[in-house]
Design a protein around this ligand. Sequence first.
Ligand code: PLP
Length: 287
Amino acid sequence: MTEQVQQVVGFLGRGVVPPDQPVIVADDLGLTRGDGVFDATRVVIDGAGRRVDNLEAHLARFVRSIGLLEGPAPDLDAWRRLIAEAVAACPFTGEAILKIIWTRGRESVHTDPVGLLTITPMTSAAVAQRAGVRVAALSRGVASDAFADAPWLLGGAKSLSYGVNVAVKREAARRGADDVLFVSTDGYCLEGPTSALVVAFGDRLVTTPRGATGILASITQEIIFEAATAAGWRTASELLRAEQLAGADGSWLVSSVRGAAPILELDGRPLPQNADLTARVVGWSGF
Ligand code: PLP
């Protein structure tokens, strides 16, 4: 007996399908090789209607990820139609997560790439983490410039190969932490396994530089920086050593699913907290 999840599933070319209907074939390269990409954002269904947060920015990053894997440009209008159909079909209200997934297709026969999506209600665990996370700093095993001039490493692509990003969360749990901050072998903060890092020093917000670090370009971080700039704050992309977070005014792990979650502790040591500042950063994130 499988437990019935409340989920909406869509398949490009077929539309919304029953959630327990098999849609992936056994030799799909996304499944067998992680040869594919995805993107994710929040859906909110309430009295004001049904909205997908920052959909066009997520579609643009999806296109960039596919491009980094040298896949053909997706038909974005077909994606927009599938997403609209799936959002309209949601039988639940409240917050949910939209995941759009692209795989190269099948290994043993030539097929077109595969596109599918899921919309799943937000878990209470994800909501609880918005109040703050205890974080373990874990090595990513590469230097902060490991991705420079090495596009085959797929830096910046939201690839389906997330086994490491999931494994570090198990390690965090073993250490009594809720989440992880990846650190480079030369000691610099990178990103979380499903989030970006934003740090405040006075009225200046700092995040990890993209490019050579290989981190994902976070849409939430961009939105926060745009709003902060409009409010007269300064922003910068700079490498920070993990020790520097203890001297900051606040540090947050940010993502489209959680907005901005303050980092309460790093490796068991409390980090500075400022509830007003967190409220401001959360507001800038659109949550
Ligand atoms: N970095 C990684 C590795 C991620 O997986 C994510 C989101 O899932 C982020 C950063 C945050 O990106 P966004 O703010 O666009 O959700």
